[in-house]
Design a protein around this ligand. Structure first.
Ligand code: SAM
Length: 501
């Protein structure tokens, strides 16, 4: 049952349109995925891949699928070929328009729907900082960054205030996909309705003001800030933007081309609302095929020269001995056809390749300072799962391809070994590390020895393990909206979570 005060407010806001809105909330949710251009050419995959897909009009790489097809359970999901995402949640990153070479911050990033979309726009070039305040959700974010084969992302677990102390005027673009009262989740979700209250709407609006204060501090002059929520409450939408523009007159709302079905934000829904608010956007479930969203694109006045910028790292080696670096190079020479370039950083026995242009991160909680290359073992180097997912078969010396509908690929994802005569091999006579691929897309490592391909798919991701943990609707709601309760049972249900953001 929808909360009474919510219904009254919506009736007042929508008038005659309320009926259509309330009918839409009774319909099935729309299911969609976003194809990962870092791995597959979206139009080709949409045409020739295993699912029947139709385009999401406002997202270049977004497609609706039929629920019965269950792409979240398909091996190509584990290969990061696509990300399951609520269709209206694809709009904010689309308007952020990040470009290769830029410095971009996704301030409220878990579980990573929009971060992975931004990374695709950046094509591996530049610096993407993905931040999440809640540690368990930051871990899920990090796993999704890994699954999608993203090389240039740093994942942090900080408060917006702490980041703002360090990165004043640093970023070219910032996305604030704010924690909100989540009214866009009400469709077919009794428990989300139960969590709703007027007090919570107020509390969310206050929290959004604080987050936006930090965000604006980190944006360079001339930079772009996109603000979004998945709620309908004006205090958290037009209200948050109106209050923001009162506090920061050096920002203006950008007049963008709206997609068909999007509606303009409303100045009359908030006290003292300025006319400019018509440049904000509302996605309504009765006007588009999606759950609903609000978004605003803001520009900070001015421009900044390169010389004003904070010093950043270029290529180099940090925290590892010459011998340890040599062990890595031995692996690279033996197994890779490409040379990795950037900043090599060791954290304990873990080796990372940080993106060029990464600022000093000392003192911040960092989950991954870039691409995880692997682990330094005694006298050798062992490659990481993240590296496998960032590599293509043509970039390695040895690979073994399994059809995505074969028993063997499901066996591999369950942690099984397989015999040498299974699969199609690239690279002759290779013993040792093989990139295992499904229909040509990397899914992990195997190590060939004595005619057997030993399984190096991470134990925690295996299909018979924690991946089957059941998430209650309540837990999903908490993950989406940032309450503090225990969410470990959901930690591996990445696809499941992403359907809600
Ligand atoms: C709407 S969700 C983000 C969804 C994400 N952008 C995506 O597309 O997958 C909002 C996030 O803000 C985080 N959050 C909660 N309180 C916060 C705060 N005070 N400051 C920053 N982030 C916060 C929540 O943990 C939650 O992960």
């Amino acid at each position: 049952m929808l909360p009474e005060s919510f219904v009254n407010r919506m009736k007042e806001m929508l008038g005659e349109e309320y009926e259509a809105f309330s009918e839409a909330l009774k319909e099935e949710r729309h299911q969609a995925l976003r194809i990962n251009p870092l791995k597959a050419e979206p139009e080709d995959f949409a045409r020739t891949g295993p699912f029947s897909l139709t385009p999401v009009p406002w997202a270049k790489t977004g497609f609706y699928y039929d629920k019965a097809q269950q792409p979240g359970k398909h091996p190509l999901h584990e290969a990061g070929v696509y990300y399951i995402q609520e269709p209206s949640a694809m709009a904010p990153a689309q308007f952020l328009q990040a470009r290769p070479g830029e410095r971009v911050l996704d301030l409220c990033a878990a579980p990573g729907g929009k971060s992975t979309q931004i990374a695709a726009q950046m094509k591996g070039g530049g610096l993407l900082v993905c931040n999440e305040i809640h540690p368990a959700r930051a871990k899920i974010l990090s796993e999704n960054i890994e699954r999608m084969g993203i090389r240039n992302a740093v994942v942090t677990n900080e408060t917006p205030e702490r980041l703002a102390e360090r990165f004043s005027g640093f970023f070219d673009r910032i996305l604030v996909d704010a924690p909100c009262s989540g009214e866009g989740m009400f469709r077919k979700n009794e428990e989300a309705c139960g969590e709703w209250s007027l007090e919570n709407v107020e509390m969310c609006a206050e929290r959004q003001d604080t987050i936006l204060d930090s965000a604006q501090q980190m944006l360079r002059s001339g930079g772009l800030l996109v603000y979004s929520t998945c709620t309908f409450a004006p205090q958290e939408n037009e209200g948050s933007i109106n209050r923001f523009l009162d506090r920061f007159p050096d920002f203006t709302l950008v007049n963008v081309d709206m997609s068909e079905g999007f509606a303009a934000g409303r100045q009359d829904w908030v006290p003292g609302g300025r006319e400019e608010l018509a440049r904000t956007m509302r996605l309504w479930p009765h006007k588009i095929r999606g759950e609903g969203h609000f978004l605003a694109v803001l520009k900070k006045e001015g421009s900044v020269s390169e010389t004003e910028r904070m010093p950043v790292r270029r290529d180099g080696i940090k925290g590892l001995s010459v011998k340890e670096y040599a062990d890595y190079l031995e692996f690279e020479n033996q197994y890779l056809k490409i040379r990795q370039e950037g900043i090599f950083i060791a954290f304990g026995d873990q080796l990372y390749l940080a993106p060029q242009g990464m600022p000093p991160l000392k003192g911040l909680k960092v989950l991954r300072p870039g691409l995880h290359l692997g682990t330094r073992k005694k006298n050798r180097f062992e490659p990481s799962h993240a590296l496998a997912l960032a590599l293509k078969p043509e970039e390695v010396c040895f690979s073994c391809d399994l059809p995505s509908d074969s028993r063997e690929i499901y066996g591999y994802l369950n942690g099984e070994t397989f015999r040498e005569d299974v699969g199609v091999y690239r690279g002759e006579g290779g013993k040792g590390w093989h990139l295992i691929t499904a229909d040509g897309y990397s899914v992990g490592w195997g190590k060939l020895a004595g005619g057997i391909m030993k399984n190096h798919y991470p134990k925690g991701l295996r299909k018979n393990g924690a991946a089957e943990a059941v998430c209650s609707i309540r837990q999903m709601y908490e993950i989406r909206h940032g309450t503090d309760r225990e969410i470990s049972a959901c930690a591996r249900r990445r696809d499941f979570l992403s359907e809600y953001v």
